[in-house]
Design a protein around this ligand. Structure first.
Ligand SMILES: Nc1ncnc2c1ncn2[C@@H]1O[C@H](COP(=O)(O)OP(=O)(O)OP(=O)(O)O)[C@@H](O)[C@H]1O
Ligand SMILES: O=C(O)c1ccc[n+]([C@@H]2O[C@H](COP(=O)([O-])O)[C@@H](O)[C@H]2O)c1
Length: 229
């Protein structure tokens, strides 16, 4: 079983790390964090893709079972998960179990993703709860009925995912919900409020040395301007 966890990671925070660890432990699998070069639903990011990937590498340095997969940084255009999973499936072969990890807020928007129904042909989908976005069947029915219809008949316990290559859906239990968000972290940095306890020390030091997120007005293209496709 291989698990992939995509994000803007702008910047990575302890909530991301807790979720990646929870998936690693519950699914007994390596988790690859996949920074998006050009997140499809965001106009721009606040740090460029090289900076976001640097912070991510520092965040998981020395962590058992976590790694960074930079494949999306080398692909032009919007970083569609469908394209990433198509690549991963081609590499892994038809029978290898693959899973894509999302937070509950992403799950509630899944029907807006590029070729979203086909994601279930390529991988299992694993969701984790997030404060203010806690999902259950009732909330999905109300806010994302298409997603509920798609996951109906697919719900599995975490242990069962390794039995098939794709098509399952798991709502992963977390010991506690994680309050962190990159938006709030950036706001705190720009406002000069305490923020360092939300990221590993090495990440905080690099944010400081690169002077990132100091101004709420600075929005960069998602990728370095010298490196446009
Ligand atoms: N605290 C959290 N709890 C659960 N899921 C989370 C949490 N933070 C991020 N995620 C999930 O991780 C994935 C990547 O998140 P992303 O990099 O966009 O971070 P974010 O904190 O949501 O950023 P932003 O606030 O800028 O949207 C998404 O699927 C998101 O739902
Ligand atoms: O493929 C899509 O259409 C799509 C739409 C929105 C988000 N995603 C992916 O979901 C992950 C989290 O996105 P975001 O914007 O919450 O950081 C990241 O890997 C994105 O590439 C993917």
């Amino acid at each position: 079983m291989r698990v992939f966890y995509g994000g803007s990671f702008d910047p990575v925070h302890n909530g991301h790390l807790a979720i990646a660890r929870a998936a690693r432990d519950a699914l007994r699998a390596e988790v690859a964090l996949v920074p998006a070069r050009d997140p499809p639903h965001k106009d721009a990011t606040h740090a460029d893709s090289d900076q976001r990937a640097q912070l991510l590498a520092l965040a998981i340095d020395g962590e058992r079972g976590l790694r960074v997969d930079t494949r999306e940084l080398h692909r032009a255009g919007p970083s569609y998960t469908f394209d990433t999973l198509t690549e991963l499936r081609a590499e892994a072969g038809a029978s290898a179990p693959l899973a894509w990890l999302v937070g509950a807020d992403s799950l509630l928007q899944l029907h807006t993703w590029h070729r979203w129904r086909e994601l279930f042909d390529l991988a299992h989908i694993v969701a984790v709860q997030r404060p203010r976005a806690e999902v259950d069947a009732a909330r999905l029915r109300e806010q994302a009925p298409q997603v509920l219809a798609q996951v109906n008949g697919r719900w599995l316990p975490p242990d069962a995912l390794a039995d098939g290559p794709a098509g399952g859906f798991v709502l992963l239990p977390l010991a506690e919900l994680r309050p962190e968000s990159s938006t709030e972290l950036r706001r705190r940095i720009a406002a000069g409020e305490p923020w360092r306890e939300w990221v590993p020390a090495a990440v905080a030091a690099r944010i400081d040395s690169l002077h990132l997120y100091r101004s709420p007005a600075v929005i960069l293209p998602a990728f370095p301007s010298s490196d446009r496709p």
